[in-house]
Design a protein around this ligand. Structure first.
Ligand SMILES: Cc1cc2nc3c(=O)[nH]c(=O)nc-3n(C[C@H](O)[C@H](O)[C@H](O)COP(=O)(O)OP(=O)(O)OC[C@H]3O[C@@H](n4cnc5c(N)ncnc54)[C@H](O)[C@@H]3O)c2cc1C
Length: 383
């Protein structure tokens, strides 16, 4: 593998760099924010068992452990219907169905780890503004403190989280707007979480309560933009009572919440039109957080690309390896996007009769062990 430039020092870019450190090639990461800018980001991420294996492989799981909350059970239901599903880690001989960590805690450990690796250099407050493809060489323009520097690289990883378009990059980008926004916060409830995660589908969109530290739940409430804008404007008391009304009584009353933050949601599927550039993580696919699979899919991208590079670098050109990698990931990427889109559309739809069908579907998932097993495997390991 030739020396490599990574655009974006989010979790996926950093994990890819750490996975590759043994190759001893020079890796340069360019991150537009300053070091530690994301450390206070409280957004809760549900990590799958597959992601745990990747984080163990790069040697950081033990350091994350103190900030992690296990998900031992997942309770899924919909408003106004009999159907519900309970997934229990014990049933599948797993220690846990997933793990909750905040984006900031994960980033803090990854940034620390990367600083211990001599062949990886991270340049903070450095924004890549151009990437011009001159056949085998990519010319990057880097902006730091209003000054522009140029860098040549034979191999570029795009891990910018699908932020802004970068001049010179040719991407075939398919975007779907759901007109959905997510509001996230932490909430304290009358009944403690007991390591249970709840997903409740309402006609306004799904409400996820994820067990977190200090016996609080992380709330991810997604719905139509206008509806979420109204929630943003409510004072704490009215917000909590609206949440109680929509979620029901399973965790008792909602007692308090922290600062509420909103995110606009869209789905993207990107094909990179350059033979020596590959997109990973959100730069490659962005999805609705309803199934908590965005980062998990991004970490699998990083892992699979690393495997392809290790496996074939002695016999194949970089271009051939990247081409093979892109083809091998297309199937899983499309399946996971279709699955999350199906969840958003079918469970947020109030067509006559559909609610009953969804009720049956949830009951069927609850009582049919092979379906349950394959569902848990898919969510845990992407297989
Ligand atoms: C409300 C919500 C809940 C979620 N819950 C889950 C969950 O439970 N489980 C899960 O798996 N996923 C979840 N996700 C998705 C998850 O957050 C993303 O998939 C993940 O952050 C993607 O990581 P990334 O490294 O690809 O991109 P990012 O985290 O977006 O990082 C990209 C980095 O690139 C930098 N950058 C951008 N442009 C440039 C540039 N031009 N030059 C230099 N640097 C640049 C940015 O500053 C940023 O640091 C959730 C998302 C949301 C919004």
């Amino acid at each position: 593998m030739p020396d490599c430039a990574i655009i974006g020092g989010g979790p996926v870019g950093l994990v890819f760099a750490i996975l590759n450190h043994a190759s001893k090639v020079k890796i340069q990461i360019f991150e537009s924010k300053n070091r530690g800018a994301t450390n206070q980001d409280n957004k809760a991420l549900a990590l799958s068992n597959g992601s745990r294996l990747i984080l163990e492989e790069i040697g950081i799981w033990d350091r994350l452990d103190k900030n992690i909350t296990k998900i031992e059970k997942i309770h899924t239901s919909q408003v106004g219907s009999f159907g519900r599903t309970l997934l229990d880690a014990g049933e599948f001989n797993e220690e846990s169905l997933g793990y909750i960590i905040s984006y900031g805690d994960l980033m803090a450990v990854l940034q620390e780890e990367i600083e211990c690796i001599s062949n990886i250099m991270t340049f903070y407050e450095t924004k890549v503004t151009k990437c011009i493809d001159e056949k085998a060489i990519l010319n990057l323009s880097l902006e730091t403190n209003n000054k522009i520097k140029n860098l040549k690289s034979e191999f570029v990883i795009l891990a910018d989280g699908a932020a802004e378009d970068i001049e010179g990059l040719e991407l075939n980008k398919k975007i779907k707007h759901f007109d959905h926004t997510a509001i996230v916060t932490k909430v304290l409830t009358e009944i403690p979480h007991r390591n249970i995660a709840y997903e409740r589908f309402t006609s306004n969109g799904p409400i996820a309560l994820l067990p977190n530290r200090n016996d609080k739940f992380s709330l991810v409430w997604t719905g139509p933009r206008k509806f979420i804008e109204k929630l943003e404007q409510l004072n704490q008391e009215s917000f909590l009572s609206q949440l109680h009304e929509s979620f029901g009584d399973r965790v008792g009353s909602f007692l308090e919440c922290e600062k509420r933050i909103s995110f606009d949601l869209k789905q993207t599927y990107v094909e990179v039109m350059h033979s020596n550039i590959v997109a990973l993580g959100n730069a490659s696919q962005t999805m609705h957080p309803v199934a908590g699979q965005g980062l998990n899919t991004g970490l699998r991208d990083a892992y699979k690309l690393n495997q392809s590079l290790i496996g074939g670098s002695k016999i194949k050109s970089l271009e051939a390896l990247l081409d093979e990698y892109k083809h091998s990931r297309a199937g899983e990427r499309k399946k996971i996007l279709n699955f999350t889109e199906m969840l958003v559309k079918s469970f947020s739809n109030d067509l006559v009769g559909l609610k009953k069908v969804r009720g049956y579907a949830l009951s069927l998932l609850d009582i049919t062990r092979p379906i349950k097993q394959s569902f848990v495997r898919k969510m845990s390991y992407g297989e």
